[in-house]
Design a binder for this molecule. Structure first.
Ligand SMILES: [Zn+2]
Ligand SMILES: [Zn+2]
Length: 143
């Protein structure tokens, strides 16, 4: 788990000023991968007290633009954030409860899948959403 000092370095490395809301959002997303905005706001508020929704939205946008966070939007789900950036991994989403887990690339370096027809595009990324039932839900429905 990264420490407070690590978070400060991450912010400085991308030329962002170290502020308490930025530190709190970074740490919340590291602790709760794939959290949605509302849960992140809840965690940051229990940490810092009176931080406005807008402030958290702004921090999420700045950290995502700086490449410290990755925003994912599985179809049918609200946007979620994670701190695992830059490795082009995929996600598996539970059809029933919406739980999300990381799946490493199918082959390795991006793009890890080769399109059968690239339509002339220079493809540098492939994103796959695997769908199914998480362990909790598949046990629950087998009765
Ligand atoms: Zn589930
Ligand atoms: Zn992920």
């Amino acid at each position: 788990m990264p420490t407070t000092t690590d978070f400060e370095h991450m912010l400085r490395d991308v030329a962002l000023r170290v502020t308490r809301p930025r530190m709190a959002v970074l740490s919340a997303v590291h602790d709760h991968p794939h959290a949605d905005t509302d849960s992140i706001i809840g965690i940051v508020r229990s940490d810092l007290g009176g931080v406005s929704h807008q402030a958290v939205y702004d921090v999420l946008r700045a950290l995502t633009a700086a490449g410290l966070l990755r925003r994912i939007e599985p179809p049918g789900s609200v946007a979620r954030y994670e701190a695992r950036v830059g490795d082009n991994h995929h996600h598996v989403v539970c059809r029933s409860c919406g739980a999300i887990a990381d799946v490493d690339c199918a082959v390795g370096a991006a793009p890890c899948l080769t399109a059968s027809d690239d339509h002339g595009f220079v493809i540098d990324e492939a994103e796959v959403i695997y769908r199914g039932l998480c362990p909790g839900c598949s046990t629950a429905t087998s009765f």
